[in-house]
Design a protein around this ligand. Structure first.
Ligand SMILES: *[C@@H]1O[C@H](CO)[C@@H](O)[C@H](O)[C@H]1NC(C)=O
Ligand SMILES: *[C@@H]1O[C@H](CO)[C@@H](O)[C@H](O)[C@H]1NC(C)=O
Ligand SMILES: *[C@@H]1O[C@H](CO)[C@@H](O)[C@H](O)[C@H]1NC(C)=O
Ligand SMILES: *[C@@H]1O[C@H](CO)[C@@H](O)[C@H](O)[C@H]1NC(C)=O
Length: 493
């Protein structure tokens, strides 16, 4: 549902009508939080809908007087081109105080051409190449916030798309304002004690499977259901979501997708009956890790994980999760889980990180300690406000560098351009969850949907790059370029 809404909807013929609809203004509140599925009630908790953000923006600088217009007159302006994310309330503009100084954050698009408007801030999920503000103005940085997976927009997973931006805040550690731990509140969250193993053994005796699968967003780039379906041939999996469902949640309250809310204790208690949780991200990108990974650890279950290829770098120790891709087949994985299921001592080794001193990964500890934003932490800014200030500071520094250069052009060079890199959104071409692309029929929905989306993302990035390069503005031109690229690619096949 939401995936269909926010995916870069595009088909080479008949595009115009589709895009006119998808571009109709600001994001609806509450729709910004990733996969729409009730198995992820934590979306709202971590990534608050815009209306809830205002208070946080003010809280960042308590005691700051609200200045009148005249005091803000020389400040650089940051324009949220995606107005739905504007993290202030009420009004369309707000003075913000950051480490280097102050800026004005605005969502009033009328300031777009102003010389003081130094940066445009985009939300990746809403970014449409066909609607980019053109011609691009040389004095303005483009800043991208995209904490979600490319499920929502494959334009940014390709060089031509991501390099349109100057500053990024993505899930990647390589981005300018990195958010890889956006779903992890802190070490205490990981350390929470696991329920006694006897309790889980009791649930096993009552007929529960060793493995839990809880997923209601079934058709995703990572094609996870194809793998889980295969795994189910070799080991029992209790599947409660819409995907591969074979059991019902015990109470109507839990079954109701709408009332399964943030950190619902009843749901958490239910989930923690399981020793192993299947934890497969909706897309495979370096450093893209979500609550699917951290929540089972919080509950003292062992995640059976597929997602970020570099996930090991972030684990509390080197023996805390089971990586699907370490196993040559679903059958081999099933055998290993069965072994752990029957061997408590070996199983408990996976929870050793919960003991005092058990979190030995210094990289993880340092990353948590040094990030300046918080997850559900009233004392820290959220990353939306944090990124806004990061951009403000960057622009203040760039202004200073420009001034210094103007004062003595012979001695002091102007600021170097800063351009985002593909590593900031490192999501390779989607591959089948199980088996090879060749084995999967052409009419397979995953193949039709996600492989196409991926390559169309590349085309769109190239079309927009061509327009920027030629300093063009007309939307019609975008579709001409796109058509040209499409024809060229087909000729080369
Ligand atoms: C995992 O960590 C333990 C204890 O720190 C260490 O002895 C062991 O060699 C590590 N194993 C791997 C595969 O890194
Ligand atoms: C921003 O990135 C573009 C490339 O997309 C580059 O041409 C431009 O110089 C960069 N601007 C700044 C201020 O770094
Ligand atoms: C795909 O094509 C095959 C053979 O042409 C057909 O049997 C099958 O029903 C089709 N599947 C879908 C999902 O359309
Ligand atoms: C791009 O076009 C705008 C408006 O047509 C013009 O003001 C600007 O000078 C052009 N920029 C370049 C680099 O040609």
């Amino acid at each position: 549902m939401a995936a269909g809404r926010s995916r870069a909807v595009f088909a080479v013929f008949g595009v115009l009508s589709v895009c006119a609809v998808s571009g109709s203004g600001p994001v609806a509140e509450g729709e910004t939080g990733g996969e729409a599925e009730w198995t992820e009630p934590w979306d709202g908790a971590v990534f608050r809908p815009p209306s809830a953000l205002g208070a946080v923006g003010v809280a960042r600088s308590p005691g700051t007087p609200r200045p009148g217009r005249e005091e803000a007159v020389d400040l650089p302006v940051l324009l949220w081109w995606s107005p739905g994310l504007f993290p202030h309330f009420p009004g369309d503009s707000e003075r913000i105080e950051c480490a280097r100084g102050a800026c004005v954050a605005s969502r009033d698009r009328r300031v777009r051409g102003h010389s003081r408007t130094r940066a445009l801030l985009f939300y990746g999920t809403d970014f449409r190449a066909s609607e980019a503000p053109l011609p691009r103005l040389a004095h303005q940085s483009w800043a991208l916030l995209h904490e979600e997976s490319p499920l929502n927009n494959f334009v940014l997973s390709h060089g031509p798309g991501i390099r349109l931006f100057n500053l990024t805040a993505t899930f990647s550690r390589h981005s300018d304002y990195p958010l890889p731990l956006q779903w992890l509140p802190g070490t205490a969250y990981l350390r929470r004690a696991a329920p006694p193993l006897q309790e889980r053994a009791e649930w096993r005796r009552r007929g529960y499977a060793p493995l839990l699968y809880l997923q209601s967003h079934c058709d995703v780039p990572a094609d996870r259901d194809r793998y889980v379906r295969e795994l189910m041939r070799f080991i029992p999996v209790d599947s409660y979501g819409k995907c591969l469902q074979n059991r019902e949640l015990p109470t109507p309250r839990l079954q109701d997708t709408a009332t399964a809310t943030t950190e619902d204790p009843e749901l958490l208690a239910f989930l923690s009956r399981y020793k192993f949780h299947l934890a497969l991200e909706n897309a495979i990108c370096d450093d893209y890790m979500t609550e699917k990974l951290w929540r089972p650890m919080h509950l003292g279950a062992v995640p059976v994980y597929r997602g970020s290829p570099s996930v090991r770098d972030w684990m509390p120790n080197n023996h805390s999760i089971i990586l699907i891709d370490d196993f040559e087949s679903p059958q081999k994985l099933a055998e290993f889980i069965d072994f752990l299921d029957k061997n408590d001592e070996e199983y408990m080794k996976y929870l050793a990180y919960k003991q005092p001193g058990g979190i030995t990964n210094q990289f993880l500890l340092d990353s948590l300690k040094h990030r300046e934003w918080g997850v559900n932490d009233p004392l820290l800014p959220n990353y939306l406000n944090g990124f806004e200030c990061f951009v403000c500071d960057h622009e203040l520094a760039r202004l200073e560098a420009e001034k210094a250069h103007a004062a003595s052009p012979g001695d002091i060079p102007g600021p170097e351009p800063h351009i985002a890199q593909p590593s900031h959104m490192d999501c390779p071409v989607p591959t089948p969850g199980f088996g090879s692309v060749e084995e999967i029929p052409e009419n397979d929905s995953w193949k039709e949907m996600w492989l196409q989306d991926y390559w169309q993302g590349l085309d769109q990035g190239e079309a927009l790059t061509a327009m920027i390069h030629n300093n063009e503005t007309k939307q019609m031109k975008f579709w001409d370029y796109l058509h040209e690229i499409f024809m060229k690619r087909n000729q080369n096949l």
